[in-house]
Design a protein around this ligand. Structure first.
Ligand code: ADP
Ligand code: MN
Ligand code: MN
Ligand code: MN
Length: 342
């Protein structure tokens, strides 16, 4: 018998995007627990914008389990928030994405690391040199002091947890970074993303550094932060075709408001048509074009209009569950038979 620390984490009721919450319970198991061994738990929803004071119990339903390397004998238990009657809480975005093992998602999460109210590496007054050398850069004068230590420690925590990281890089603005997570199925990449965000925020506490997820923290000639969302269905990967792409993109264009509504707050500050973005009220798609709303990867056309697409509009603060839900919804509006999406 060993005692395990189980950190149940969940999304609160903050609008327009939720924030992470977590608390630990200790449970004894003969062997390391699996997801099925974990009980439901609960919390006071009146303190998380999820209930009124007089009837405040919310239920935590474990949906994914991650080994937690930062603590001994510990796991992170990603949970959905349920109402006492067992139905999903209105704030539960995960429950709105239908389960489909054949849809794949890859998120590119950009973010800033801040200390004392400014990005790591920014001088106390004024600005550092303009953008140019920071993207994928190296050296103290470009990267600032502690950033890379944090980024590397976070990567190891995520890998230990079984999060499917695909890469990391320093970004265009000073103090800005990116990690990429890929997952098969409606939920895996989004689950991993929320857990990776949790691990990053918790890690940064000890460095007295803040993670700034906002999409445009520095005004002026500095890149904002996105969360480009790469997606493919079985149909797109195996059949595809020019006609299908055009039909799909027509639906995306028709649904601009529905997509933008869940692509993160303040996105008008970022989607300006500058800094590798398309304007928020326009829709375009093109091969290899970083100024388009949707970019076709370089080999997409060569491979017979097959493969994945990159929606470049979601921002760094958006809820991946809501993004996934909306993309699946738009895909399901294209009539091509059963293979397009379950
Ligand atoms: P870039 O910065 O050039 O846009 P990245 O390498 O940062 O490219 O991100 C590309 C993303 O595409 C990765 O997260 C990867 O997992 C994802 N991806 C690759 N193939 C597929 C696919 N078939 N379906 C969905 N996502 C995919
Ligand atoms: Mn990228
Ligand atoms: Mn990027
Ligand atoms: Mn990208």
């Amino acid at each position: 018998m060993a005692k395990y620390k189980l950190e149940y984490i969940w999304l609160d009721g903050k609008k327009p995007v939720p924030e992470l919450r977590g608390k630990t319970t200790l449970k004894e198991f003969d062997q390391p627990p699996t997801l099925n061994d974990l009980p439901l738990w609960g919390f006071d929803g009146s303190s998380t914008m999820q209930a009124e004071g007089h009837k405040s119990d919310c239920i935590l339903k474990p949906v994914a389990l991650y080994p937690d390397a930062a603590r001994k004998n510990a796991y992170i238990v990603l949970s959905e928030v349920m109402l006492p009657d067992g139905t999903p809480h209105p704030s539960n975005g995960r429950a709105t994405a239908p389960d489909d093992p054949d849809v794949w998602f890859g998120f590119e999460q950009e973010y800033f690391l801040y200390k004392d109210g400014r990005p790591l590496g920014f001088p106390e007054h004024g600005y550092p040199g303009p953008q140019g050398p920071y993207y994928c850069g190296v050296g103290y004068k470009y990267m600032g002091g502690i950033a890379r230590t944090i980024v590397d420690e976070h990567l190891d925590l995520c890998l230990h947890a079984g999060i499917n990281h695909e890469g990391i890089n320093a970004e265009v603005a000073k103090g800005q970074w990116e990690f990429q997570i890929f997952g098969k199925g409606s939920h895996k990449a989004a689950d991993d993303m929320w857990t990776a965000r949790y691990l990053m925020m918790r890690l940064c506490e000890k460095y007295e550094v803040d993670v700034v997820w906002h999409c445009k923290p520095i005004k002026g000639d500095w890149n904002g932060s996105g969360m480009h969302t790469n997606f493919s269905t079985k149909y797109m990967r195996e059949i595809g075709g020019k006609d299908y792409l055009e039909d799909l993109m027509k639906v995306f264009e028709k649904n601009i408001p529905e997509h933008i509504a869940v692509y993160g707050p303040d996105n008008h500050l970022r989607l300006t048509g500058l800094h590798e973005t398309q304007a928020i009220d326009k829709f375009s798609y093109a091969l290899s074009d970083r100024g388009a709303s949707v970019r076709l990867p370089v080999n997409f056309i060569k491979h017979g209009y097959k493969g994945y697409l990159e929606d470049r509009r979601p921002n760094s603060e958006a809820d991946p569950y809501q993004i996934v839900s909306q993309i699946i919804k738009s895909i399901s509006e294209v009539p091509v038979g059963e293979m397009a999406v379950a």
